[in-house]
Design a protein around this ligand. Structure first.
Ligand code: PLP
Length: 387
């Protein structure tokens, strides 16, 4: 009876329908499924963070509408964390905003800067929300393929002049979901130069800043000279502190970008429940011990899975960051074929890489979000079907 708006019709088709359906059928048969499909940590939120929330919930002072941009104490804790972690000094008043999860800010920022018809430069494969946020604002995504031969970094020099001149935004995400690639200082310097030259806002999704291994420490775009004028960085507490269900994140950087995002948000949501922000302050304070434990856990899982997959003939390198493995499929398979076979014959759920955009064809993504014994079991089952 009702016609959906064009903006919804523009969204790319949902590619996992078939696999979701098969997953249901197989689960209904009583098969013990090992789901490595979703990037949602299996571990609980650290108890100290939970306790901070419980106490804050009891305090009636927290029962009111919060400030839409975030509590002063939360914004100050974010600025302090940024200084400790990246040596970047931020003004909590003008360069920090609280988000209802990183996804919320990522989806909304296009509404502040994209006019109908404007271009946004968006990597592919990528987290799908850069694309949908752009489409909802009436913008046009210009895709930047992330290829293995470029270490999954966009090739800025290959973007046609026409696109660079009209683009309003560029999206980046390092450490990267789904490829697990990382970016170094040289790359970020090139990005800042590019953004200044063409007056483009750099939106950097730094959701995985804390999930890194072997002494590797991901950097902030804002460490680069000149980045604060053109860059905004999105953070999430979801992955760093096992808090996906809580919905808390933040954005920092360019005053103009933060102000623009704030104008949109103040007309759409009314901020973040204060008790959750109190828990967020505790998370950022207790950062070091919690993070160390979480990182060690993922590193052990990564090593088990990489070894197991190599034993089955897959070519996979241990990633330096994120809890994903981005695995090339053997020659005769497509992403979906292989994912289907792993599900039907091994009861292992993986994500077909093309679901993140066409250059992801030829890969599957595995999330290390199950414990070591389950991962070991998954590798044994995969080995036993013989690919
Ligand atoms: C998980 C994820 C997000 C969303 O984080 P929330 O804070 O839970 O909304 C954003 N970007 C990437 C790349 C992610 O993997």
């Amino acid at each position: 009876m009702f016609k959906l708006a064009e903006r919804i019709k523009q969204l790319p088709p949902y590619l996992f329908k078939e696999i979701d359906q098969k997953k249901k059928e197989i689960a209904a048969k009583g098969v013990d499924i090992i789901d490595l499909g979703i990037g949602d940590p299996d571990l609980p939120t650290p108890p100290k963070i939970v306790e901070a929330m419980v106490q804050a919930v009891r305090d009636p002072a927290n029962h009111h509408y919060p400030s839409y941009s975030g509590m002063d104490d939360f914004k100050t804790a974010i600025a302090k964390w940024y200084e400790d972690r990246f040596s970047v000094k931020l003004d909590p008043e003008t360069e920090v905003i609280a988000l209802i999860g990183a996804k919320e800010g990522i989806a909304h920022i296009a509404l502040a800067f994209i006019n109908p018809g404007d271009l946004a430069l968006i990597p592919a494969p990528a987290y799908p929300v850069y694309n949908s946020g752009t489409l909802f604002a009436g913008g046009r995504p210009y895709l930047l393929p992330l290829l293995k031969e470029n270490n999954y970094l966009p090739d800025l020099a290959s973007i046609p002049e026409e696109a660079t001149r009209t683009a309003k935004m560029i999206w980046l995400n390092y450490p990267n979901n789904p490829t697990a690639a990382v970016a170094d200082r040289d790359f970020f310097e090139a990005v800042v130069k590019f953004a200044h030259k063409y007056q483009i806002i750099v939106c950097h999704d730094l959701t995985y800043s804390e999930i890194a291994f072997d002494e590797y420490k991901p950097m902030s775009l804002l460490e680069i000279n000149g980045a604060r004028d053109i860059g905004i960085e999105f953070h999430s507490l979801s992955k760093s502190f096992n808090m996906t269900g809580w919905r808390i994140g933040f954005a920092v950087g360019s005053r103009e970008a933060i102000k623009g995002l704030g104008s949109i948000k103040s007309n759409i949501d009314s901020g973040l429940f204060q008790a959750i922000q109190v828990a967020g302050i505790e998370a950022l304070k207790a950062n070091k011990e919690n993070i160390l434990e979480i990182k060690k856990t993922y590193a052990r899982r990564r090593d088990i899975m990489v070894k197991g997959l190599r034993d089955s003939g897959f070519k996979v390198n241990p990633p330096r960051a994120t809890f994903y493995l981005w695995v090339p499929v053997p020659n005769s398979y497509t992403s979906v074929n292989l994912a289907t076979r792993l599900l039907q014959e091994a009861g292992v759920v993986v994500t077909p890489g093309n679901g993140f955009g066409y250059p992801g064809e030829g890969y599957i993504r595995l999330a290390l979000t199950k414990d070591e014994s389950r991962l070991l079991e998954a590798t044994e089952r995969i080995k036993s079907i013989g690919l």
